[in-house]
Ligand binder design. Structure first.
Ligand SMILES: [Zn+2]
Length: 169
C-alpha cells in the first residue's frame, strides 16, 4: 500500500476532498456517484486548480506530468496513470478506501451533498411513474435536480462493490 507514497499523499481514513484535472472528468463523475467530494472544472487553468486545491484543502488528481512536478502541488497530488476509469479507481483504491457507501448522496453536477426531500414535494417535479413507484427522494440545493434511489439502488451498489472488489490489488 505504501509503495507509491513517495510520490503522493499518505493513506488515511479521513474523508477525502479531491479536485480532478481537466483530463479526469469521467473519474470525477464516478467519484461523485460513489459519494466522494471531487471538484471538477474542465476549463480551469493549472494555477487556479492549484489555488482552489490549497484554499479548499483538496488533493489534486491529475494525469499531467508537468503539473505533478510543480513545487506547489508536492504532497497534495495523486498522479493517475491509467486511461480507463476502472483502472483509475483501482489506482485510487491503493491510496484510500473506495466503496459505494455514499452512492447517490451527492449531486453529480454540483458536487454538493443531496438533501432529503419530502415525497409530496416531488409530486409535480418528477415523472408520474417515478412518483408512483418511488418512496425516497433527495434534492440538490445547488441546481434543484431531484434524485431517487430506485428499486435498483441496492443491486447497483452490489454491482459497484463487486466491481471495486474485482479491481482490488
Ligand atoms: Zn446540483
Amino acid at each position: 500500500m505504501g509503495a507509491d507514497r513517495s510520490r503522493g499523499v499518505a493513506v488515511s481514513g479521513a474523508p477525502r476532498r479531491l479536485i480532478a484535472d481537466a483530463m479526469l472528468g469521467k473519474l470525477a463523475r464516478w467519484l461523485r456517484t460513489l459519494g466522494y467530494d471531487c471538484a471538477f472544472e474542465p476549463d480551469i487553468t493549472d494555477d487556479d486548480l492549484i489555488k482552489r486545491a490549497v484554499e479548499e484543502g483538496r488533493e489534486i488528481l491529475t494525469r499531467d506530468t508537468l503539473l505533478i512536478q510543480r513545487r506547489a502541488v508536492r504532497g497534495r497530488a495523486i498522479f493517475i496513470e491509467s486511461d480507463l476509469v476502472v483502472d483509475q479507481l483501482k489506482e485510487l483504491s491503493k491510496r484510500f478506501e473506495i466503496n459505494a457507501a455514499g452512492f447517490l448522496t451527492r449531486c453529480l453536477r454540483c458536487n454538493i451533498p443531496l438533501e432529503p426531500m419530502n415525497k409530496e414535494a416531488a409530486r409535480d417535479k418528477v415523472p408520474p411513474y417515478v412518483f408512483a413507484t418511488q418512496e425516497r427522494f433527495s434534492v440538490c440545493t445547488g441546481c434543484s435536480r431531484i434524485y431517487w434511489g430506485g428499486t435498483h439502488k441496492a443491486r447497483m451498489i452490489e454491482a459497484i462493490e463487486r466491481m471495486l472488489k474485482g479491481i482490488e490489488g
